[in-house]
Design a protein around this ligand. Structure first.
Ligand code: PLP
Length: 437
């Protein structure tokens, strides 16, 4: 019988956390990092290399959080590091155009035919916030429709029934969002055609845009049917509303054209973040030339940023995307992920454990459920998170780092070696044996 291994030492991390609590709300600069949904205090990370992380106490982990998605090439990638180092000697920020911005834009636009023009910002939140403004400016309508459980960053219009850390904290909204803002955001369930029809009937000619995550991945992994997404495309078009595909997670993760390619649709506005900056703070939004001509200084929709198109971040993005653009990159990563997931599925089936692994591309999610499909936020039983919590502890104690919430997905990077994956599989199996004993 498998037995629990002893808890890792967290003395230094715990000490740093006590100090951090004096400086930051909850001791962190982003809520989910506080480890509120899993056992123990947060680990303070000292360094990462390839697929491995080391914390302040010297514990080593194989990392499947990958900084919440950006690190598709793992930590400390030599090409990205060299590109950043080269740029460092030339200057950190100019607040003026650079050739690097052109270079990254060219790399993206040559490989992603879903957009004709792009604007770089500094985070996914900014990208989505700007996309919403563009949609409102273009359509001259105010209302937006979002889906329950989809997270689009922390701007006012979008913190309504969002996923990510908000689910973890048992809240579906945030204090401080004016009612007038929330009133302009209509929230409906995913995978419900009738709800979409009703909303367009009830708010005729008032809806500027419907926004959806390329593949909802902030509240579990809620993979939508292709037919439903095609319906969403059609109904928005028929009603003169724009379709915004938030590809902050899926963009450059499922390929350069992200989930739009998977669903074989053409959204009106696409938003990006995470991978696009190679680990540096970059976001972007893009659309047709016509739509993008509404953005200042060409058009009347204002959007700006002191550090937008930051040269160091652009250099990191160019280095990362140049690697991703190489033929076969995504196919190989997907095959690796599929093999990993299949091995676990066989083990789970053999043992008869009540757990499913949902996956797309190199994203995966453990759902402690008997349901064959989960496509809506309300299909997730909050009580099932207890299983994740136990698994998380067992995995950390065995040197495997998953995101500190059962609502979050895991990522496989190109830096995960066969040995990393084999070791991880053994450790997950041991952990599940303990969770279900
Ligand atoms: N949109 C999606 C789909 C996301 O997953 C996130 C962050 O996790 C955001 C937007 C916000 O991005 P950022 O955290 O870079 O502001």
């Amino acid at each position: 019988m498998t037995t629990s291994v002893s808890d890792i030492s967290r003395e230094k991390s715990a000490e740093l956390f006590e100090k951090a609590k004096q400086y930051f709300p909850g001791g962190v600069n982003s809520p989910v990092r506080a480890f509120k949904s899993v056992y123990g205090t947060p680990l303070f990370i000292e360094r990462g290399d390839k697929a491995h992380l080391w914390d302040a106490d010297g514990n080593e982990f194989i990392d499947y959080c990958c900084s919440w998605g950006p690190l598709i090439l793992g930590h400390n990638n030599p090409e990205i590091r060299e590109a950043v180092q080269n740029q460092l000697g030339k200057g950190l920020s100019f607040g003026a155009p650079t050739a690097l911005e052109n270079e990254l834009a060219e790399l993206i636009l040559n490989n992603n035919k879903k957009i004709e023009k792009i604007r770089f910002v500094s985070s996914g939140t900014e990208a989505v916030m700007s996309a919403i403004r563009l949609a409102r400016g273009y359509t001259k309508r105010d209302k937006i429709v979002k889906f329950e459980g989809c997270y689009h960053g922390h701007s006012d219009s979008l913190l309504v029934k969002a996923g990510s850390g908000l689910v973890t904290f048992g809240e579906t909204s945030s204090a401080g969002v004016p009612k007038a803002f929330a009133d302009e955001t209509i929230v409906i369930a995913l995978n419900d055609k009738e709800a979409l029809e009703k909303v367009f009937a009830d708010f005729k000619d008032q809806i500027a845009a419907v926004i959806i995550e390329g593949v909802p991945a902030n509240n579990g992994l809620l993979i939508q049917d292709k037919e439903y997404i095609k319906f969403l495309r059609e109904i928005t078009k028929t009603n003169g509303a724009l379709l915004i595909f938030d590809e902050v997670i899926t963009g450059f993760r499922l390929g350069f054209e992200g989930a739009s390619k998977y669903y074989d649709i053409q959204p009106d506005i696409l938003t990006y973040g995470k991978i696009i900056g190679g680990g540096m703070p970059v976001g972007a939004y893009g659309a047709s030339k016509e739509l993008m001509s509404c953005i200042s200084p060409d058009g009347a929709v204002y959007q700006a940023g002191t550090l937008a198109g930051n040269p160091v971040a652009m250099a990191a993005g160019i280095a990362a995307l140049s690697i991703l653009a190489q033929p076969g990159f995504y196919e190989k990563l997907e095959q690796t992920t599929q093999a990993f997931v299949e091995e676990l599925r066989s083990f789970i089936a053999e043992r008869g454990y009540q757990i499913k692994i949902f996956t797309i591309g190199s994203i995966f999610w453990f759902a402690f459920t008997e349901q064959e499909k989960i496509q809506r936020a309300d299909q997730i039983d909050p009580a099932s998170m207890e299983f994740y919590k136990k698994m998380h502890r067992e995995l950390l104690n065995r040197g495997v780092y998953f995101g500190p919430s059962g609502y979050e997905v895991g990522f496989i990077s190109a830096a995960h070696t066969e040995e990393d994956l084999t070791q991880t599989l053994a450790k997950i199996k041991e952990s599940l044996d303990i969770v279900f004993q």
